[in-house]
Design a protein around this ligand. Structure first.
Ligand code: UD1
Ligand code: CA
Length: 487
């Protein structure tokens, strides 16, 4: 149920300089979703009356991602004045008319916080009657964070930014997580008093705390129980740590749900993936996007699946696949490459060093070795010999190859598309199939073999090959002569 007294502001205007990236920091991904989308999903879970998101750096790219995550989010453009305080100052103008409740401010770069922690923070704020409640965290390495300064009786006094802190303040291990609940009136009053008189020349949201204290209001800092939940992402080292943390949670969640994951450390599963009971994931496997895996399937080792569907009991070994559908009890790999539109029906096989693109391979059909299958339809119970190549591209356009049911082709065939091979037909080894093959026919396109005796001795005299050939031929003649005498 929507909480009419709760508004959430997500801060997403910063550049993220420490990422050293042409991609805005908040669009870097963990578990398959941009950093800021994790924050927005958590914001949505609280069912606030409004979500306001503040953007500036790369505003179009960032706001597109925000709107994709929360379609009704209100996008606020921050002006040239830098700082988290300025971001909130501009956002509160867009609160619903007459809003008198609480404003929850979320840093867009703290993606691991969960909705329960935030709900708890809002509740504690409401029951304490404080003007502001800050989520804090006690950490091993506080560098870069704002420190929570408490007065002698332990009461929360203010936040000092890393760059503005004294040596004594830098020794404090309780940090500001960048998550705050404010009563809207107190917040509005003090934002007007912020200055840019600090080491970074920014309007710090954190200064609102000190201003509130000086105005005689109560503020409180509530430490989070698991400090990792409050970790912010400023650089790529922190990004990979947060991604590993989230991945460990996702893997564990699936394990507790009946999925065997042999090696959690080398198994990466996006939040958007779904797995059924008794799926087995072997080491070195990445499951990404909208991938689904049905029960009893075995995926891995060393397999990457992006937006794929894997059927019940299928096996997919050492494979790279995108937008492919693998049927029940089908077998793929090792070393297969499935590109978009590859569909393998039940009990089918795509084997070693086989690439398949935009092709449908029917039930029980096999493409076992060293093949390229593109823009092709293959019927049921077909077996393509080793080295089958569909020549689907004539330099101008792509063409289709159509292969009926129960077709068996010889090794090393080229199917020059467009071409059709009828039901039950066969082809000889090395055939280059340029014309349609009628149902039940045998297609041969290779000229009969001719052996020209003595060709090497005549045309390559003096070579090693000519020498051994001469020896072999005279031994053969002597042998033939002896056999002739005997017989
Ligand atoms: C901020 C806090 C710090 C806290 C840390 C927690 C301030 C002044 N400092 O520092 O006390 O320990 O987060 O992770 O708030 N942003 C804007 N507009 C701006 C600047 C930033 O919207 O003008 C956004 C950023 O996109 C980011 C968030 O605010 O999502 C925090 O900004 P960042 O520059 O990362 O602040 P920190 O230095 O980490
Ligand atoms: Ca930060």
């Amino acid at each position: 149920m929507t909480d009419p007294n709760l508004a959430i502001i997500v801060l997403a205007a910063g550049q993220g300089t420490r990422m050293k990236s042409s991609t805005p920091k908040l669009l870097h991904e963990l578990a398959g979703a941009p950093i800021v989308s994790h924050v927005l999903a958590t914001a949505e879970a609280l069912d606030p009356s409004v979500v306001l998101a503040v953007v500036r750096h790369e505003r179009d790219r960032v706001s597109d991602v925000i709107t994709a995550a929360v379609p009704h989010a209100v996008i606020i453009d921050q002006d040239h004045v830098p700082g988290t305080g300025r971001a909130v100052e501009q956002a509160i103008h867009d609160l619903p008319d007459g809003f008198t409740g609480e404003v929850l401010v979320l840093n867009g770069d703290v993606p691991l916080l969960d909705a329960d922690t935030l709900r708890d923070l809002v509740e504690r704020h409401r029951s304490s009657g404080a003007a502001a409640t800050v989520l804090s965290s006690v950490v091993q390495d506080a560098s870069g964070y704002g420190r929570i300064v408490r007065v002698s009786d332990g009461a929360f006094d203010r936040i000092v930014e890393h760059n503005d802190a004294t040596a004594a303040e830098l020794a404090i291990d309780e940090i500001n997580a960048g998550i705050y609940v404010f009563g809207v009136g107190a917040l509005r009053d003090q934002l007007a008093n912020l200055s840019t008189d600090n080491a970074q020349g920014e309007k710090y949201l954190t200064d609102v705390i000190e201003l509130l204290r000086r105005a005689g209001s109560d503020v409180s800092a509530v430490p989070v129980t698991d400090s990792w939940k409050a970790e912010g992402i400023n650089d790529r080292a922190q990004l990979s740590e947060a991604a590993a943390r989230l991945n460990a949670l996702i893997v564990r969640g699936w394990q507790l749900n009946g999925v065997t994951v042999q090696d959690p450390a080398t198994t990466w599963i996006d939040l958007t993936v779904t797995l059924q009971n008794d799926v087995t994931i072997l080491p070195g496997t990445q499951l990404k996007g909208a991938t689904t895996v049905a029960r009893d399937a075995v995926v891995g080792p060393d397999t990457t699946l992006v937006d794929c569907e894997v059927g019940e009991g299928a096996t997919v070994k050492r494979t790279d696949a995108t937008l492919a559908v693998i049927g029940a009890r089908a077998s793929v790999g090792p070393f297969s490459y499935l590109r978009p539109g590859a569909v393998l029906d039940e009990n089918g096989k795509i084997g070693t060093f086989v690439e398949v693109k935009n092709s449908h391979i029917g039930a029980g059909s096999k493409v076992p070795h060293l093949s390229y299958i593109g823009d092709t339809t293959i019927g049921r119970r077909v077996n393509l010999g080793a080295g089958a190549i569909t020549a689907n591209y004539d330099d101008l356009a792509k063409h289709r190859t159509e292969i009926g049911d129960e077709v068996h082709t010889g090794s090393h065939n080229v199917f020059v598309a467009p071409v059709r091979i009828g039901d039950g037909a066969k082809t000889g080894a090395g055939a280059v199939v340029r014309k349609d093959v009628p149902a039940g026919a045998l297609a041969l396109s290779v000229a009969p073999q001719r052996n020209i005796e003595g060709w090497v001795e005549k045309n390559r005299p003096g070579t090693g090959a000519a020498g051994v050939a001469a020896q072999a031929r005279s031994a053969q003649k002597a042998d033939d002569g002896t056999q002739g005498q005997d017989g």
